[in-house]
Design a protein around this ligand. Structure first.
Ligand code: ADP
Ligand code: ASP
Ligand code: MG
Length: 416
């Protein structure tokens, strides 16, 4: 009978050096001993991806994205081969693959490619031969055989997508924190750990800056019913389960808070207020392959409107060039760019049916003397753009106001 498959993903810190790789290998061996076929997905060691980017920028401040992908993919390739050697040294048969070798086919959007399909046959074949399979995360190949990468933090997405393609029982994400917290514990030390969180809430937290999980990994888990278990590679404590159903979910109003710092905001002031202008601007930005976060349009008069939007800071140069090209067509008065901003958000599915959430957030920011540049909301989140220098203070104020240092059951807000 075929053994159940488990995918274990190890992040950069969890494979930073030989000792850590050995410790990670021990987890894999434990799973094998417990009767699983194991597929390991690993990230580049330690800060290697940052180092490779720095190396590239030293030679070219705007490196060709195809070449950047070609370079960055080497980080993960090193990890999986070293990991396979560690497993072999412990007496286990293991084989490592690059994303290309397992036919992880992506689109051609270099540095932020999306997965289209995964060739599961090769992995299945190796597992059937009782081998441990290791796959380099973060990378794939497009239809023209160019190496692509999935965006920073993308190994999580490789892991969950592989788990989905193999019909794995679970995808374990081993990292340097004990699980998902109400907010980044490095920024708000007393953040509380969450035992179980829904895909929707985690998706929102991840898209708004909770770097512990790549948002597309959560999306993939939701779409393909992969249970995700985020846990520490340093201890054996229970982590956080990300799944569809979360007990007590209805009572929890705000489940977490985030900061997104790698943002820029572009304000297009005084554009012609006529049909088709917004479409023209965003079609042009889409053509330049820029992902837009939030959009705010305000009518100034019958003739003129302001249009603001936020984007990832890495897209800023491309976005500026794109706007310059269509400035005349949209007849705007001026364009302002802010790259010193951060977005502080609170997230919770319970918000939809509770009052007073916006009020609590704005009061907390006012009391902390933090000025709000702009506000955006959805039914399960409220986000405020603030000055980057004030972001950490703003996050702390919001976390305290929503008692995010306590487990959900102990918060007053849950009883509203
Ligand atoms: P890995 O290399 O294992 O993928 P990452 O650095 O990508 O690790 O993610 C782990 C980090 O995510 C933690 O060290 C923590 O600082 C940060 N983080 C951000 N938001 C959260 C959160 N809500 N819960 C836990 N960790 C978070
Ligand atoms: N190594 C890549 C990064 O640092 C991918 C990952 O770690 O998930 O972003
Ligand atoms: Mg990560």
């Amino acid at each position: 009978m075929q053994k159940p498959i488990i995918v274990q993903k190890f992040g950069g810190t969890s494979v930073a050096d030989a000792e850590r790789i050995r410790a990670a290998a021990k987890r894999v061996i434990d799973a094998v001993k417990n009767g699983f076929s194991v597929v390991v997905v690993a990230s580049a060691r330690g800060k290697q991806t940052d180092q490779l980017i720095a190396d590239a920028l030293e030679l070219n401040p705007d490196p060709p994205k195809r070449e950047l992908d070609q370079l960055l993919a080497t980080g993960e390739q090193q990890t999986v081969s070293l990991f396979a050697m560690a497993l072999a040294a412990a007496g286990y048969d293991a084989i490592s693959f690059t994303g290309q070798q397992i036919r992880m086919i992506t689109d051609s959007v270099h540095t932020k490619a999306r997965i289209k399909s995964i060739g599961a046959e090769r992995i299945h074949k190796e597992l059937e031969n009782n081998r441990i399979v290791l796959v380099a995360g973060f990378q794939g190949i497009d239809i023209n055989e160019n190496i692509t990468t999935l965006g920073r933090g993308g190994s999580d997405t490789s892991a969950v997508a592989i788990a989905a393609a193999l019909g794995a029982k679970e995808c374990e994400i081993y990292t340097d924190v004990d699980g998902i917290y109400t907010t980044d514990p490095r920024l708000f030390e007393s953040a509380a750990k969450i035992d179980c969180i829904s895909y929707d809430e985690m998706l929102e937290l991840a898209s708004l800056g909770a770097g512990v999980m790549h948002s597309r990994a959560v999306e993939c888990g939701k779409n393909y019913n992969v249970r995700i278990h985020v846990k520490s590679s340093f201890n054996y404590s229970h982590g956080t389960i990300i799944t569809h159903e979360v007990p007590r979910m209805e009572d929890i109003v705000v489940s977490g808070a985030t900061i997104q710092k790698d943002l820029a905001k572009i304000d297009i002031v005084g554009v012609d207020n006529k049909p088709g202008n917004a479409a023209r601007i965003f079609a042009h930005l889409a053509q330049a392959k820029i992902v837009i976060n939030d959009i705010i349009q305000t009518e100034l008069s019958a003739e003129k409107a302001n249009l603001s939007f936020t984007i990832g800071i890495s897209d800023l140069n491309t976005a500026k060039k794109a706007i310059d090209q269509i400035k005349d067509q949209i007849n705007c008065q001026s364009v302002f760019v802010r790259d010193n901003i951060a977005e502080v958000s609170v997230v919770g599915v319970g918000m939809r049916s509770h009052f007073g959430i916006a009020d609590t957030m704005f009061t907390a920011l006012a009391e902390a003397q933090v000025n709000i540049d702009s506000i955006t909301t959805s039914e399960i989140r409220i986000s405020c753009i603030v000055d980057k220098k004030e972001a950490k203070r703003a996050l702390a104020a919001v976390c305290e106001a929503f008692e995010l240092d306590k487990p959900a059951a102990q918060r007053k807000q849950t009883k509203k």
